[in-house]
Design a protein around this ligand. Structure first.
Ligand SMILES: [Zn+2]
Length: 300
């Protein structure tokens, strides 16, 4: 019998209505009042950013009221990863992803794996990341740009290797570097899945990601007027390969565009994704929550 590691186990579409019976999906783990709205998960937020310094309990309450019953907070370096784990320990609906962002590599030790490995054993660390390739803010100087590209690739590979070793999946950050990211990722794609987060590429790009067994997730950008291409990708993505997120504190969806974003706003993004896919909020809720549980096997 073929035994797949947990992070690669196939997704089974939720039976209609199951979401309201399955305690793994709804309501929130705090067991408090059950939101009478369809639950969604904010699969990518940065709760450790100073924007939220004094506001975590309030932010979690507002999220629960909006039906956002899980919040995954993402590390961008060792310190924020450690704080993400501490936050997950302190708050039942919060889970952590640990890793080094490609734009935050300056202080990274030569090998980031040993310290991240220690965090991976924590029951609420659900993936590695965010990691990937970002060519959007490369230095003008050609030699410096080349050096940074080499560093980004090295740490991306290291984190993919660590994820495989730990039977976890990877949260992928990619900006202006789709080809470079996929070229590296494809080498590992039979052993690890990627959440191509804040997906802003077109439908053909989405298909390349999904054909690798990976998933895409959409932020508030999908609600922006000029994001027609993103909506086309969302319309075309298979129901079992899509998740929603905020990338808080960034990218607040309409009607909050330009303000501080927070997990409660996942709802606006989910409403837009459901609208462009022509499905009900209940159907999108069931599909995205089931996809999240399959992708993040340690998500409670
Ligand atoms: Zn992020």
């Amino acid at each position: 019998m073929l035994l797949l590691p947990r992070n690669l186990q196939p997704f089974w579409p939720a039976v209609k209505g199951e979401i309201f019976r399955n305690p793994a999906i709804a309501p929130g783990p705090r067991g408090g009042h059950t939101p009478c709205v369809e639950p969604f998960y904010d699969t990518h937020a940065h709760l450790t950013f100073p924007d939220f310094a004094d506001d975590i309990p309030g932010l979690i309450d507002r999220a629960e009221e909006a039906g956002i019953t899980r919040i995954i907070t993402i590390g961008t370096d060792l310190e924020s990863s450690q704080r993400a784990v501490a936050m997950a320990e302190a708050h039942a609906p919060v889970y952590a992803v640990v890793g080094w962002h490609p734009n935050d590599l300056d202080p990274a030790p030569d090998d980031v794996r040993p310290e991240l490995r220690e965090l991976c054993g924590h029951p609420k660390v659900v993936a590695i990341g965010e990691t990937g390739i970002d060519y959007f803010r490369l230095p003008k100087d050609e030699a410096a740009a080349k050096t940074l590209k080499v560093r980004q690739e090295k740490y991306f590979r290291h984190q993919l290797e660590l994820a495989i070793e730990q039977n976890l999946n990877v949260v992928v950050h990619q900006r202006a570097a789709l080809e470079a990211t996929l070229e590296i990722f494809e080498e590992y794609a039979d052993q690890v899945r990627g959440q191509f987060h804040c997906f802003v590429d077109d439908a053909p790009a989405m298909r390349r990601v999904v054909e690798l067994g990976s998933v895409v997730s959409f932020t508030g950008i999908i609600t922006f007027k000029n994001a027609e291409e993103v909506r086309e990708a969302a319309a075309a993505v298979p129901m079992e390969a899509v998740m929603v997120e905020t990338d808080s504190p960034f990218l607040a969806p309409m009607p909050h565009r330009g303000k501080r974003c927070e997990p409660a706003y996942t709802r606006h993004t989910a409403e837009k994704v459901a609208e462009v896919k022509g499905v009900s909020l209940a159907e999108l809720s069931a599909a995205t929550c089931a996809t999240a549980h399959a992708f993040f096997p340690k998500l409670g």
